[in-house]
Design a protein around this ligand. Structure first.
Ligand code: FE2
Ligand code: FE2
Length: 248
């Protein structure tokens, strides 16, 4: 395995490792600025590969912020390895996630972020958007880089297989095909509306954790994904409860 590096928006680098055995890719994003930020750390076992990839862009020791969407091995498994490699780095995560997990998991105290809080990295502005239980995890959230309109959307649109660094080919179909296999998404009444609200940001690029970065009509893709999950929630409700409302 090797980790590919590609710039998907100005000074936003996608680090991508394709695992052939799993037929699945694991991506991280490096935002280069006065205070460089890593979004998603990768698995502990991938740290040698991913840290080497970061080192091709900036010295690893310069990293200032270690961030991720939610607590899970591929999101934050290597956070303490990053903290050890970058003495000035600090984990920044949603306040709920810090309280529930990261205060305990991280080797140095994390910075808790409120919903909508902006981290100013220099020129770049990273806005934390809390998305509880979307696609999964109480502490789930995403980052929106405002100056490039880049939504680092984590597990949303996760897909099976390898993919190019950046595409305009539609990503909703592959995401639903992967969902048919893995069922990783928490289907609740708030799933569709939460994803639909991300479309209101009008992102120009989506950074997928497991898939390509997408530079097509991002708002429409988010709306399509939201509608597909709404339909799946309704179908699942009918399957479990029958045609009668569970409230009656
Ligand atoms: Fe996840
Ligand atoms: Fe993931």
């Amino acid at each position: 395995m090797e980790t590919q590096v590609a710039e998907i928006a100005p000074n936003i680098y996608r680090l991508s490792t394709y695992n052939t055995d799993a037929n699945f890719m694991f991506n991280q994003f490096l935002v280069v600025d006065e205070e460089p930020l890593l979004f998603q750390t990768g698995l502990r076992s991938l740290f040698p590969l991913v840290s080497d990839a970061v080192g091709r862009v900036i010295p690893v020791a310069q990293l200032r912020w270690i961030t991720f969407g939610h607590v899970e091995a591929d999101e934050c498994g290597s956070m303490n390895q990053w903290l050890a490699a970058a003495p000035n780095a600090q984990v920044a995560h949603g306040a709920v996630g810090c309280m529930v997990s990261v205060n305990d998991l991280a080797d140095r105290p994390p910075r808790p972020l409120q919903d909508g809080e902006v981290m100013e990295l220099g020129d770049k502005r990273m806005r934390r958007v809390e998305t509880p239980h979307v696609p999964h995890g109480w502490d789930a959230g995403l980052f929106y880089e405002e100056t490039t309109s880049t939504l680092l959307c984590g597990d949303l649109f996760y897909a099976i297989g390898n993919s190019p660094a950046l595409t305009e080919q539609e990503i909703t179909g592959p995401a639903l095909a992967a969902e048919d296999v893995f069922r990783a998404t928490c289907l609740t009444p708030s799933t569709g509306p939460t994803i639909r609200s991300l479309a209101d940001l009008q992102p120009q690029t989506l950074g997928l954790m497991h898939g390509p970065a997408y530079a097509g009509n991002c708002a429409q893709a988010l709306k399509d994904l939201a509608s597909a999950y709404d339909a799946r929630l309704a179908a699942e409700g009918a399957r479990i409860h029958g045609p009668v409302s569970p409230i009656d």
